[in-house]
Ligand binder design. Structure first.
Ligand SMILES: Cc1cc2nc3c(=O)[nH]c(=O)nc-3n(C[C@H](O)[C@H](O)[C@H](O)COP(=O)(O)OP(=O)(O)OC[C@H]3O[C@@H](n4cnc5c(N)ncnc54)[C@H](O)[C@@H]3O)c2cc1C
Length: 651
């Protein structure tokens, strides 16, 4: 067998040092918006991403709907009502601060993105007269057509627009560099965050970034329980490169996390199990509210939340009798605000009623504009579906007026998973934040999917921008500190060690990921108890002691993949520790103990690493206080700028 030589020059002997007022880690939706906000405040900004910013991250390839634009001119729901619904839906286990920011500022960010060149209106009048269109503003809405707080948008245009804006503002963009660790004042765990280190994924060069303020926007963990060495890029919902590096480096540096004990039975994985998310017919998110039929062509009726069958298509988009509004497309686990469509009925019930698998989405019977809104618009704009689904299927002759598409699994779920096959999905745990979106590490701000109980594009854009302006304010009165050289040297040694391991006996990134996933399925599955969790802790620490030092990488690409798996190992350990600390069963966190009963609603458990010792504290679920009051107290400057802008627009 011949091996192709590595095509890039090796620069593992080089260290690049860069400094700025604000350093943003991760150039996804949240990171780009943070960089833009900080640069607009006159700060020098560095934006670092593992990929190419134009299309990197979960939102890089597109998105078809923007949730929680509660302040758009057509909305009939207030930010307070919408945030409260998200809290109620999760019995308080949600991030009230970040979701209030999302509801309060989401529409402002859409207007920003429009100014940057993103498309948010039907200005070509393609959907004139549609029930989901506001004729005056030309905005298009999704799901709840009466209350109009979720917009259909041309998400594929957003990321390139953000990149152009970063360039226009003079942001220094560093691409194809994996951030590997956080730097702290004096190299101390738990001290002020003053920078980060990185590895070039092609040349292997080392990077040291220092800043007065640092923004964490590295998304969330994945591949903890689910791994397929045959389809590594498809075994989770989010992109291959977003696997929780940020959480791992935050844990090592002493940052606080919460809700990390929450995991859900896997829903969105496709590796060899089902079609990729949103690819083919179902009736969730992108495909809402497609007509579903069974194998015999019999239509599966829609029902409202009270179980009343809906006979007309128009009714699928309206709240039930007596219901103010409904959430669709975001909070989907154990939801109280959902339409209960056929997808929520167990297969046994449908089978008993005579429905036969497989099911199909049948767009042919939908009104023309509803069909066009799904096939072409939403399937054309959603992350991952534009090229592989819309373009390929169209080229292959798929005609939505005549053909049907087979659903994956029963209804919208991807496939049936085992209870121990879990995922951090929906509103998983993450970094703990205060009203400035700052962590417990002074100078470290956090946004987007890195936050605890985070979700969605609008949330990422709104919290990104918010964290960027708070980081800019912090940087204005903070000093730029030099990196602690001992900390830099230690990280350098850790990062490069796998290049010198024994290639004959060294373990590869795929083997290690497979082993971690199996360990987590065995010892941290759906049912928890202390002995089981302790076995997991012991096994993973053995991997750390015995396997990690032998792991081998042949080039910077393999090294990147391996460092990611080291981070997966760290996050798995953080999850086990968080599970050990929650002493009662808590259904809303999908956390079930056989050695402890269901308790009264318990507070958040906040956990951190203090030089190898795990420390916890509890925080009340309502720690955000009065949302409107606190938001306005912390954002007087933003509100007056907004007011000025509005007056300027009117004048
Ligand atoms: C298939 C799919 C469809 C979706 N559709 C919608 C939708 O229609 N509407 C909606 O509201 N939401 C949708 N979402 C969710 C939404 O895209 C995310 O919530 C949002 O992108 C989160 O933004 P973020 O900036 O936190 O993370 P991301 O956008 O994922 O950005 C994270 C960035 O960090 C970079 N990164 C990661 N690790 C490192 C590292 N170690 N060093 C350097 N860089 C690193 C990544 O390259 C990436 O650019 C969808 C998600 C997926 C996967």
């Amino acid at each position: 067998m011949t091996t192709t030589p590595w095509p890039y020059p090796s620069q593992t002997d080089r260290t690049h040092r860069l400094s700025a007022d604000v350093v943003v880690l991760g150039g996804g939706i949240a990171g780009c918006m943070a960089a833009i906000a900080a640069a607009r405040k006159g700060q020098s900004v560095i934006l670092v991403d593992k990929g190419a910013v134009k299309r990197s991250g979960a939102g890089g390839s597109g998105c078809d709907h923007w949730e929680s634009a509660a302040t758009n001119p057509c909305s009939r729901v207030t930010p307070e009502e919408l945030t409260q619904a998200m809290l109620d839906d999760n019995d308080g286990y949600n991030n009230a601060i970040s979701h209030y920011i999302e509801c309060r500022e989401g529409w402002d960010r859409l207007l920003d993105i429009e100014e940057m060149g993103g498309k948010i209106r039907d200005d070509q009048d393609e959907f004139s007269g549609a029930a989901f269109r506001d004729e005056e503003s030309k905005l298009l809405f999704a799901y709840d057509y009466r209350n109009r707080f979720t917009l259909r948008i041309w998400g594929t245009t957003f990321k390139p627009a953000m990149l152009n804006e970063c360039r226009r503002l003079g942001v220094t963009i560093v691409e194809r560099v994996m951030v590997t660790s956080l730097l702290t004042e004096g190299g101390q765990c738990g001290a002020r965050c003053i920078g980060a280190t990185g590895l070039h994924t092609r040349t292997g060069a080392f990077y040291v970034f220092t800043g007065k303020a640092i923004v964490m926007a590295l998304s969330r963990p994945a591949r903890i329980w689910l791994f397929s060495s045959a389809h590594p890029g498809l075994c989770e919902f989010r992109p291959l490169s977003c696997i929780g590096d940020g959480h791992a480096m935050g844990w090592r540096a002493g940052a606080e996390f919460t809700m990390m004990e929450k995991s859900v039975r896997a829903q969105f994985s496709s590796a060899g199990r089902s079609f990729p998310p949103y690819s083919t017919g179902n009736n969730h998110n992108t495909w809402y509210a497609a007509t579903l039929i069974d194998a015999t062509g019999r239509e599966i009726p829609y029902a409202d939340r009270d179980g009343n069958l809906l006979s007309r298509v128009e009714e699928r988009y309206l709240p039930a009798k007596g219901q103010h509004y409904f959430l669709k497309g975001g909070s989907i686990e154990q939801a109280k605000y959902e339409f209960e469509g056929p997808e929520t009925l167990p297969y046994e019930q449908l089978n008993a009623q005579g429905y036969r698998l497989p099911f199909y989405a049948d767009l042919s019977t939908l009104p023309e504009l509803e069909r066009k809104a799904i096939w072409g618009f939403m399937v054309g704009q959603e992350g991952k579906t534009q090229v592989p689904v819309y373009q390929h299927f169209t080229r292959a002759g798929f005609d939505p007026t005549r053909h049907v598409l087979q659903c994956y699994g029963v209804g919208w779920t991807s496939a049936e998973f085992l209870p121990q096959e879990r995922q951090l999905f929906g509103l998983p745990g993450g970094f703990m934040n205060d009203w400035n979106l700052m962590t417990n590490l002074p100078g470290l701000f956090v946004c987007g999917d890195a936050l605890f109980a985070s979700n969605c594009y609008g949330h990422a854009a709104a919290t990104g921008s918010y964290a960027g302006r708070k980081a800019a304010a912090y940087a204005q009165s903070a000093s730029l500190l030099s990196a602690d050289e001992a900390q830099v040297c230690q990280e350098r040694a850790r990062v490069y060690a796998p290049l010198t391991a024994d290639p004959q006996n060294g373990v590869s990134w795929k083997e290690l990921n497979e082993a971690i996933a199996k360990a987590m399925q065995n010892y941290c599955g759906e049912i928890k108890r202390d002995e089981l969790l302790q076995s997991g802790v012991e096994l993973l620490s053995r991997y750390e002691r015995e396997v990690v030092p032998e792991a081998y990488a042949a080039n910077p690409h393999e090294l990147t993949r391996l460092l990611e798996v080291f981070d997966i190992l760290t996050v798995a350990q953080l999850i086990l520790q968080s599970c050990l600390k929650r002493r009662e069963t808590c259904p809303k966190l999908e956390f079930y103990r056989t050695d402890a009963p269901c308790g009264a609603p318990a507070p958040f458990i906040v956990i951190r690493n203090d030089n190898g010792v795990v420390r916890t504290r509890t925080v009340p679920l309502d720690y955000a206080g009065d949302l409107r009051d606190n938001y306005e107290k912390h954002n007087a400057d933003y509100l007056s700028e907004l007011e000025e802008k509005r007056r300027g627009t009117k004048a």
